[in-house]
Design a protein around this ligand. Structure first.
Ligand code: FAD
Length: 425
């Protein structure tokens, strides 16, 4: 029997971070959100304040803080061979910064908003006819296909439009924290002969010298540069009883042995860690890998589809901006569609904004890889404002970046489908 065909104005593929938010904000009587398994494990446990800047998201913060996996996030601590630098968030902003398991956060969002998810997997996208086939049925899309499928990049794959940004590889796992004492962190900074710096938001400067603000490294995301193009993250979860530890490499796949060796040798001194035994079905008792994840679609949107968040592009997890960007791009898109639907002008602006954002973010990532972040006040201020807070993703700001790019660059597309003059990342 042929599968049933359902006609919809908007079809959202994927009920992860961006798809769930898009469904919440999109005002339409004819929208379906598809995901076979919205509660699947996802990486992305350090969350920037801008994630919760919209009042609808902000209202969730008290409940987020009660989730079992929640841990406080006061800011970010960057560690290199030569220096340690703290980047505190001002207390009001730190409200919306959290360390939390993604499954718990997304489950809370869907429960609070009563998000209707149709549990079907997209298996085929016919872009010419705007028909989407799932494992159970067929959708005929009257307006736009909204792709929120994350790293699966369902629509860009169907369009054969994915290009690598650069080779980046990651492997990560979880440890039990068996003891915690922040004084051991300070001892290790002194014993290692490292300079200590603190970014002061008021002056926008990196101040040298001793800590004065009662910084607790165990309440921060810690990023450690191990060697050129190789760094690790440490994210406390479950009231700092569990540590998410990951390695990111620009050189090639990270082995399990390398991950555990780096965890043993380079984990922050305040933690005593114990390896977790694998438990079938428990993602927090397993090792995960993602290889070659820095990819982008050449065309972020057409008149038939719009690619949102990772379904459009993802470059590097350094400043933990992935979910903050996903939420705010989804809100921005919903508001654009609510305001008279999709038009060629809106598509052009969406594409230009994405180019500008990606270009800026990719150049800001180099502040970390080159070490400028810990030396240069201007680099530190930009990273703090635009990424560690997430101002670059606040709706309206992206427009400003887009306008700046539009003024200075041709909007024509070259043979690769990229705007003329856009860098090959
Ligand atoms: C190594 C690494 C570390 C990271 N660390 C952080 C961090 O600390 N903080 C942070 O904010 N971000 C982090 N990120 C980024 C973050 O994971 C993503 O940016 C974020 O998950 C993007 O959300 P999304 O909505 O685009 O996709 P997702 O939230 O991944 O949702 C995609 C959804 O689509 C569904 N789907 C997939 N295929 C189909 C299909 N065929 N049919 C229907 N549905 C489908 C999936 O089931 C899933 O639910 C990290 C990324 C990496 C690679």
């Amino acid at each position: 029997m042929p599968a049933k065909t359902t006609r919809v104005d908007y079809l959202i593929i994927g009920a992860g971070m961006s798809g769930t938010v898009l469904r919440r904000f999109l005002r339409s009587d004819s929208v379906v959100l598809l995901d076979p398994n919205p509660e699947s494990y996802k990486i992305g446990e350090s969350i920037i304040p801008t994630h919760f800047s919209h009042p609808v998201l902000r209202a969730l913060i008290p409940a987020v803080r009660k989730l079992p996996s929640y841990s406080q996030k006061w800011g970010t601590t960057f560690v290199t061979d030569a220096a340690v630098a703290s980047f505190p968030l001002e207390p009001q902003a730190a409200e919306g910064a959290v360390h939390v398991a993604r499954e718990e956060l997304e489950a809370l969002m869907r429960a609070e908003w009563k998000t209707p998810v149709v549990r079907e997997r997209v298996t085929e996208v016919d872009l010419a006819r705007k028909r989407v086939v799932t494992d159970r049925s067929v959708y005929q899309v009257e307006k736009q296909i909204l792709d929120c499928s994350g790293p699966a990049m369902v629509v860009a794959s169907a369009a054969q439009d994915i290009v690598p940004i650069r080779p980046v590889f990651s492997r990560w796992t979880y440890f039990d924290v068996t003891s915690l004492d922040d004084s051991r962190f300070w001892t290790s900074v002194l014993d290692g002969g490292r300079d200590y710096r603190r970014f002061e938001p008021a002056s926008g400067r990196l101040l040298e010298g001793a800590e004065t603000g009662g910084w607790a490294p165990s309440k921060t995301t810690i990023l450690t540069a191990v060697s050129e193009g190789l760094w690790t993250w440490q994210i406390p979860m479950y009231k700092a009883n569990v540590l998410s530890f990951g390695v990111v490499s620009r050189h090639g796949p990270v082995s399990d042995e390398q991950l555990h060796d780096l965890a043993e040798r380079t984990h922050a001194a305040q933690y005593t860690l114990r390896r977790r035994r694998a438990v079938p079905g428990s993602a927090l008792h397993a090792t995960h890998r993602r290889d070659g994840f820095a990819r982008r679609a050449r065309v972020p949107a057409t008149l038939d589809y719009v690619l949102v968040a990772d379904a459009c592009a993802f470059a590097d997890p350094i400043y933990s901006v992935g979910t903050g960007l996903a939420v705010n791009k989804a809100i921005e898109l919903a508001e654009t569609l609510n305001d008279g639907g999709w038009t060629p002008a809106k598509r052009d602006k969406y594409c230009a904004d994405y180019e500008a954002l990606l270009k800026r973010a990719v150049s800001a990532f180099e502040y970390w890889y080159t070490g400028a972040l810990l030396k240069d006040d201007a680099a530190a201020a930009e990273v703090q404002r635009d990424y560690l807070y997430g101002n670059a993703f606040a709706p309206g700001v992206a427009k400003h970046y887009g306008d700046a790019v539009n003024d200075s660059e041709s909007r024509e597309y070259d043979g690769d489908g990229l705007p003329k003059g856009a860098p090959r990342y």
